[in-house]
Structure formats: C-alpha cells, structure tokens
Design a protein around this ligand. Structure first.
Ligand SMILES: NC(=O)c1ccc[n+]([C@@H]2O[C@H](COP(=O)([O-])OP(=O)(O)OC[C@H]3O[C@@H](n4cnc5c(N)ncnc54)[C@H](OP(=O)(O)O)[C@@H]3O)[C@@H](O)[C@H]2O)c1
Length: 360
C-alpha cells in the first residue's frame, strides 16, 4: 500500500512525542513535517528535546534532524493527514485551518469533540459515526476534515460501558478515577504537589467524561448522532503514577442481571461492532481483544496492566466485576494507558481506519 504523508502538529509535547515515536515506525505513514509553538519553531527537533524527550526509545534519527515549523498550513508541508496534539484553545483556531487546506485532521484536543458534525471516534465502538464526515464537509465546505479522539479518561469507561449498554441497558453510572501524571502533559503537576498525594480535582475532566461517553455510545442517524440517554456522575483525581488511568464504575442497568457471570461474559466476548469487524484486518493498531478481562482479585493495576493487549497499551483491562446493591447494578474496575490508548495510539488507529474507509 502507498504510504500516506502526514504532519504532526505539536510534535514536542507528551502526546506529540508518542506520535513521533509511533508514526516513524509505522509502515503506512511518512512524516513529512513537524510543528509546535513559536518557542520551538526554527529549532532542530533533537536540540529542542535534548532535555525533554520522555520516552525510553531514542528520538528517531530522521525526525531528530527536522526543523520544527510554526503550526500553520502556510508554514508546513502539504500532507494527507495532520495529527493534532495541540492544547484545546489553540486547536480550536488552528485545526479548522488545516481541514480547510485539505488535511484530514486526526485531533487529540477537546475543542471540537462535541460539535454535531464532528466524529468522536473509538473505532471498535462507533466507526459508523465517521459517516458524519460527509455532513461536515458539506456544512463547512472543507476539502479536508476533522475527526476527534476522546479524552484519555473517557476511553476506558466507554469500553467497559458499551457491551453492558448493549446487553442490559444503562440507567446511570457513578464513575471515579485515579489518573496518571502524564495525562497533564509537560511539565505537568509539580512533584512537590503530587508526591505522596492525591489531588481531587482535574479542571474540565469530569464534564468531559460525563458528556463524551454519551456521544460515543450514541446512535448514528441520517442527520447526526443521537446521544445515549443515561446519566453519569464522576469524580476525577490525579495520583502519583506515571502512566495508566485506574477507574471504577458503578453501573445501574435497565434489565435484571440474573447472574454476574453474564456481565463478565459480555465483556470478555466483545471484539467490536459488526461495522468495525469488517475492516479490522486492515488495522495494525487494533488489538485482537480490545477488552482484557482479569479474574484475579487484585487486578487491574497500572504497573502490571497498562501495556495490555496484542498491541501493547491499546487494550482496556477490566477486573473485579461484581454485583452492586441489587440485581440491577454492577461494580467494576478498569485500567487504560492514557498516552497510548488514551492519546497517540487512538490517533494512529483512527487514521488507519480513515485510510481503510477511503476517507483520506
Ligand atoms: N497527555 C495525555 O495523556 C493526553 C491524553 C488525551 C488527550 N490529551 C490532549 O492532547 C493535547 C496535547 O496534550 P499534551 O499532554 O501532549 O500537552 P503538552 O505536553 O503540554 O504539549 C503541548 C504541545 O502543544 C504545543 N503548543 C502549545 N501552544 C501552541 C501554539 N500556540 N501553537 C502550536 N503549538 C502549541 C507545544 O509546543 P511547544 O513545545 O513549542 O510549547 C507542545 O508541543 C491536549 O489537547 C490534551 O488535552 C492529552
């Protein structure tokens, strides 16, 4: 297959570095340019990141030699795809310019996630939402497009809730999180504040979890997506863990749960929607089992489970599935890698899907 050319917008940040690492090794993509803010523009990538590269692998040789550009379609090379890892406030202005200039933007930012004509994609759960791209291109007169990936915290919840929603219906969910420091980017939370501590507030996070899951699990209709209608209440906290968000969900169901083994079985057998399974063999970043179920009483754990999956870091691990207070409730724990499945890995998989569906 001919490679697709791509640019990475905000290639110097936590997510941008992961994108550089993943895309430079990926056979379907050719990185033709990288960009960041004016504080980095004009510098060689290797020089800019000599003290700030945070991954155990080395900076890829060719990318290290590239000069960082300003993040503007007039400054960077033309390409099929723009991977966006910008702060949301910047993405809101910059990414539409790239879409108008013909790039297929795969965005990590929250700016456009809840727009009615913008897909909020988890391919295994809602690949049919990419039909919104046609509506988007008509609405906005773009030759390119914007697709968004969910917040890193939303991803794990969405995987856990989807099979239960399909099988038992959901009335409401109470969600709690213990989130890794890498989720707050570079430089992130100061060590003095986070060591030996839990910070019980992450700005905007609870609102994102509570709204995004409903769009992701929503139904694609001819005019757009009709959101799922259950309610979610969440508490999001930051903890001194490098990578991997640990989350719990207490789920009240519409239908009676006769046997808790039925819930475990629907989680274990979930591989994706029929639409997703039709294209799965074309996707190298899709793990064989997007949900890994652990029966041990002390799992999942961030250190043991964040790299779960046949594609490391791309599966959500679920454990401690047990009854709630009655036959209409279930309690569970989950673990999802926030900078792989929750960030750069989602973007790479999303772009693979767009190629498989001829959207790029
Ligand atoms: N970290 C995660 O786990 C995670 C997960 C899901 C989603 N996200 C989302 O992904 C995006 C990036 O997050 P991050 O954690 O990678 O942040 P980060 O580590 O703080 O990096 C921010 C990046 O944005 C660039 N930037 C800042 N202002 C800019 C501007 N005016 N023009 C162009 N580039 C600009 C920075 O470039 P300079 O180096 O030049 O300043 C840097 O490359 C955010 O929207 C975030 O909410 C992050």
């Amino acid at each position: 297959m001919k490679k697709k050319s791509c640019v990475i917008l905000a290639a110097t940040g936590t997510v941008g570095q992961r994108l550089v690492d993943m895309l430079s090794k990926h056979p379907s993509f050719d990185i033709v340019d990288i960009s960041a803010s004016k504080r980095s523009a004009g510098l060689k990538y290797r020089d800019r990141l000599k003290d700030e590269w945070h991954l155990p692998s080395e900076i890829p040789e060719e990318i290290g030699e590239m000069t960082i550009k300003l993040t503007d379609p007039k400054e960077v090379e033309p390409a099929d795809i723009a991977f966006g890892a910008l702060p949301s406030s910047e993405a809101k202005v910059i990414e539409p310019k790239f879409a108008a200039a013909g790039y297929y933007v795969q965005s990590k930012a929250s700016a456009m996630r809840m727009e009615a004509d913008v897909p909020l994609l988890i391919p295994e759960l809602n690949v049919d939402h990419l039909e919104l791209i046609d509506i988007q291109r008509k609405n906005r007169d773009w030759s390119g497009a914007i697709t968004t990936d969910p917040n890193c915290t939303t991803v794990g919840f969405a995987f856990a809730l989807k099979p239960i929603y399909e099988e038992f219906g959901i009335k409401s969910v109470v969600a709690n999180t213990w989130q890794a420091i890498s989720g707050s980017g570079i430089p992130g939370v100061p060590g003095l504040l986070i060591n030996e501590n839990i910070i019980p507030f992450i700005k905007g996070e609870e609102e994102k979890v509570e709204s995004e899951v409903l769009k992701i699990l929503g139904k694609k209709e001819p005019s757009g997506v009709r959101n799922a209608e259950f309610r979610i209440a969440s508490t999001c906290t930051r903890v001194p863990i490098t990578d991997g968000h640990f989350e719990t969900a207490y789920i009240n169901t519409e239908r009676k749960i006769e046997n808790i083994e039925d819930v475990i079985s629907c989680l274990k057998k979930f591989k994706g929607t029929p639409e997703f399974l039709k294209i799965k063999q074309k996707l190298s970043y899709a793990p064989d089992d997007p949900i890994v179920y652990r029966s041990e009483i002390n799992r999942p754990q961030p250190r043991l489970d964040r790299m779960a999956g046949t594609v490391p870091g791309m599966a959500t691990t679920i454990g401690r599935v047990r009854r709630g207070i009655d036959d209409y409730s279930v309690n569970l724990c989950l673990l999802s890698h926030n900078t792989i499945r929750g960030a750069a890995g989602s973007s790479v998989l999303g772009a693979e899907v767009a190629i498989a569906l001829d959207l790029v």
